[in-house]
Design a protein around this ligand. Sequence first.
Ligand code: SAM
Length: 232
Amino acid sequence: MTRDWVIDEHRHAGEEHRDPEQVARYDEKLPFDPIPELEHLVDYGLTEDETIIDFGTGTGVFPLAAAEYCDQVIAIDISESMLDVAREKADDEGVRNVEFVHDGLVSYEHEGDPASFAFSKNVFHHLPDFWKVEALKTVGDTLEPGGIFRLHDLVYSFDLRDSTEEIKAWLEARKSTAFTEEELYNHFREEFSTYDFLFESMLRETGFKILDSTYQESFYAAYTCEWRGDSH
Ligand SMILES: C[S@@+](CC[C@H](N)C(=O)[O-])C[C@H]1O[C@@H](n2cnc3c(N)ncnc32)[C@H](O)[C@@H]1O
């Protein structure tokens, strides 16, 4: 059957994530310390025997750090430019237990044993809500029952009646950052961040139990979830 009705994940991934010149500056623009995240997963049972899958891995910051904490890491991204940078870093650092996979959150099909941990940071807002649900189903399909999914994204936790004021304040606060005005506007015009109550509902409906959630500055969310399996 034709798959023409399926979202083009590459097109939705954002020009800044496909363009090699912009990708080369990504780590400087958006520095990220993965250690607190890994320590959080250790609190939830991550050991050297586990496999962890990173959905939307970007330049590989998370998987290269995770490689020291577990047995195997599978790092998935729809952007070849991102994966080129990540692979180069892995080669330079001599990291051998990270498998890089060129695929999408929706289209990825896991083969082999289910993983015990999954991670995704700042990726889901590239997908409209229907496709977020399809992507959450993908994550569930990769995990063993009881598996842990740690998710970060830009999620709105302000009162929906205050959306205009909240967004104006967020844009104003980012005026003198590494982001252009166009990039900041595009977060609302072209991308698909959604409200906390919708995201929580999507997680529950797709079989995840939310174990902890944090909301920061009304725009940033982090969830730790347990996969309940298809029988949820
Ligand atoms: C904002 S970056 C975050 C990268 C990384 N997770 C981090 O926090 O450093 C978003 C990444 O998700 C990737 N991406 C966007 N949509 C995707 C999709 N549908 N499937 C797989 N990767 C996707 C982009 O190519 C990009 O590398």
